[in-house]
Design a protein. Sequence first.
Length: 345
Amino acid sequence: MQSKKIFFLANANSIHTVKWVDYFVDNGYEVHLATFSTVNDTKCENIYFLSNKKTKLKGGNYHYLWSIWKLSKILSDIKPDIINAHYSYSMGLIAFLSKKISRVSSSLSVVCHGSDILAPPYRYIFDILNKYILNKSDKVFAVSDQIKDKIESFGVDVDRIFVGQYGLNIQTEQKIKDIDILSNRTYHPNSRIEFLLDALAGAKCQGLRIIFILSNIPNEVYDRLVLKYPYVTFYQKLEHTKMIHYMSRTKIYISATKSDGTSLSLLEAMGLGCIPLVSNIVSNRSWVLDGINGYLFDNKKDFLLKLDKIINIKDDKEMKAINNEIISEKATYVKQMKKIEEFLL
């Protein structure tokens, strides 16, 4: 049995939180979790709901600040060895201020998932805030090289930065590939969903089976896209197990994000035998070598050219074998979480 008390401050309804929290619960640590979510999907039984207000996924959750005193009291009572906050300028800020008020001697670590570092609102202001929080943290987790580079630009010592995602624990059994193209990025300007849809329309893909899973899409936008692209199957929301089932049946995975952390969806696609066709950004280049285990694109013309190449590939076994090897070596859940555990402690 481990002696360390680990206190998480994170969204208890997030798959990212579930992966982190459940690992430490399963490995015998005393785990506590404070959250602004109203639902707990983790195995943690020591749960503290900080607010009954609905959290906005697009930001602007200023009511978080009103819970600092409540959280500081909880920290004073528990006296954890480690405080781990997910997302820098939101939970990281709350954790830092609460720790300071409570005067506990816990180490503070912050997990940076992507948009909190690469695409924050009011960039100048939030860059200053992120720089302050991360430099005050004992350890920082970056889920991609692109995020790590940005964190280093804030002056954070590289020895205090862990780079890597928590990995996958999906089954890689081969399914019949009866879905041609799948996209599952959140509906957000950074995802460039309509860029992809317009490109596919230009490619005359009406004869292909195409699925777009668009979480957080407003109803009126969803209805407009359904009418405009009748040959595409759209989902506003799909449970993760169902999405994985569809991905296992997919030939080509597409993503056009302008910036990203290590995309869990990309790793899942690689592990499930999809050929990735993704935007040419730093985080994607860490996983995809153009023309070797997938394709990277810079613009619409490039996207269409490489989509045509994939559609006309006669034998993709070598690409799939390379991706399986990459996932096995660099993105297996238990292996990655063990590395995270060792760095955290």
